[in-house]
Design a protein around this ligand. Structure first.
Ligand SMILES: [Zn+2]
Length: 115
């Protein structure tokens, strides 16, 4: 499953961060998941809960923020969020748009437990 490898790299990243900051553990992990990232939130959560055992993130709560598709229009120059997954400008219906958010999944923030 795609989400398993994502979680493994996420946990590796978290462990590095915890070590660099001399923290004891992680209490909260916030990830941003773009609607076009191809990541299934419930699968990601399941994978996270499976792999976090015996890591620094064992007691961490996973918070998933869904990032909407956001476009910038080259014709009218506006930027807007989309409810539908298509490339039409929400203002002028032009297809001459580019995606500026909603394509990626990334680690947004961490809450660390320190002494
Ligand atoms: Zn437009």
């Amino acid at each position: 499953m795609h989400e398993f490898s994502i979680v493994q790299s996420l946990l590796a990243l978290i462990e590095d961060y915890v070590r660099e900051n001399n923290a004891k553990a992680v209490t909260k992990v916030v990830v941003s998941i773009g609607v076009l990232s191809g990541v299934e939130p419930h699968l990601l959560e399941m994978a996270f809960n499976t792999f976090k055992e015996e890591t620094v993130a064992e007691k961490a709560q996973l918070v998933m923020e869904i990032e909407k598709l956001k476009l910038r229009c080259r014709d009218c120059g506006k930027e807007g969020e989309k409810e539908e997954l298509n490339m039409l400008c929400p203002y002028c219906n032009s297809l001459n748009t580019e995606v500026i958010a909603g394509q990626d999944m990334f680690l947004k923030s961490l809450e660390l437990e320190v002494d």
